[in-house]
Design a protein around this ligand. Sequence first.
Ligand code: SAH
Ligand code: SF4
Ligand code: F3S
Length: 480
Amino acid sequence: MQNQIRLNINNDEVLENQYYINEIRRTNDDFFLSFNEKKKFHIITYGCQMNEHDSEKLTAMLKNMGYEETDSYETADIIIFNTCAVRENAELRVYGNLGHIKHIKKTKKDLILAVSGCMMQQPHIVEEIKKKYKYVDLVFGTHNVHNFPKLLSSVYEEKKQIIEVWNSEGRILEGMPYERKLGLKAYVNIMYGCNNFCTYCIVPYTRGRERSREKENIIDEVNKLVQDGVKEITLLGQNVNSYGTTFEELYDFADLLEDVSKIDGIERIRFMTSHPKDLSDKLIYIIKDNPKVCEYVHLPIQSGSNAILKSMNRKYTREDYLEIVRKLKENIPNVSLSTDIIIGFPGETEEDVDATIELIEEVGYDSAFTFIYSKREGTPAARFEQHIPNDVQHKRFEKMLSVLNKTVIARNKTRMGEVYEVLVEDRAKKDTDFLIGRSRENYLITFKGSNDLIGKLVDVKITNPKNFSMEGEIINTPVL
Ligand code: SAH
Ligand code: SF4
Ligand code: F3S
């Protein structure tokens, strides 16, 4: 399902870009009348949901300008790489792909190549593009996505490389129309940027300072999503627990969860990411008491060693973290926990890794995202001493991962015979009898059933807990 969402369109920047949208659309309409086909665009998105969301905005603007989406480089007239800077390998992939496009550009002179996103917020990257990738037509950053129509118009007019990267975030711009692929589930941004400056992390530099969206705009967006059939929403921010700290009135993340849960038609509410330093008791009670808020918390630990946590500037200790986990488990017996872990941070010892491994076993995570530390230019940790050699990082990573996998698999195996409420999302694969969905705890579950169950909540009893997913059978079929 595709839909367009408009939120109070009323300010000058929106109107200015609307002007450029209309202008380009007129040219594209003429093209269509002459050739009976539309010009096409292809967007490649790297990184997190913030970037996916920006790509949705770009998609909407391009469609409004009369372009049509295509999923191949070869057929596109405009290619956009929306980049991520969080780890080096994400950046290397972008450079590799830009090299590939160079060949296509040789035969297709009119092709427009744009790069945007977090990588572009770093001046040394923009310099690199200017020097080595002269065939890139347009460079813009995370703070001026909304200006894309104006920038594209300049590319057509000026026929030279256009670079416009804003280095500060300004205010939150509500009201840009955007198109999203809607299914049963949708992400909703509740805040942008980050103030935490973990010493390894580039995000505060690429996404700017933390800004919370007004609750009215969030509620308005969720209401519209519900009208379009969305049943589950995930509220997004780099640290949702500090939502609202810049507001004059006292209104925090737990209050927002309460208000969103009052919206009729929303059946499940999830959120991420929770920074452990800001997770309040009030939030724990809302997860416990509010039936729409799912019993799943993504709570990145990063390291189980206090020395490393301090050096990472995470502002909590191992003991603080374990205390939050204890409270969560005490109040919400079926709570499911996932985390992020970084191995190979500068100064890390074997004992630090062992501390992380012990913590993994103690908490009993249901899943985890694991990373090898990647040096990011401009972050404090890049200047730290004692960077860990690559082969040592990899050895430590493997050691941690084998324990993590064992823990996750062992937990999964205990779920034989348990019953979970599952939101049915789709067929598990093409041409199979199996459907797939997630439980409130975010467990991935497959089971036999017919297509008309898609979009429904069903109870599934686990008959075959596998390593990282579970198979089961429906024990109640809703009235269809
Ligand atoms: N705001 C979220 C996460 C944002 S980035 C939070 O605070 O948890 C997602 C994850 O990428 C981080 O949790 C961290 O584990 C990882 N990460 C960030 N910078 C990294 C780096 N330089 N090297 C390796 N992993 C990194
Ligand atoms: Fe990065 Fe830390 Fe902010 Fe997360 S909280 S985005 S890890 S600086
Ligand atoms: Fe996201 Fe990557 Fe930027 S994780 S905020 S797209 S650096």
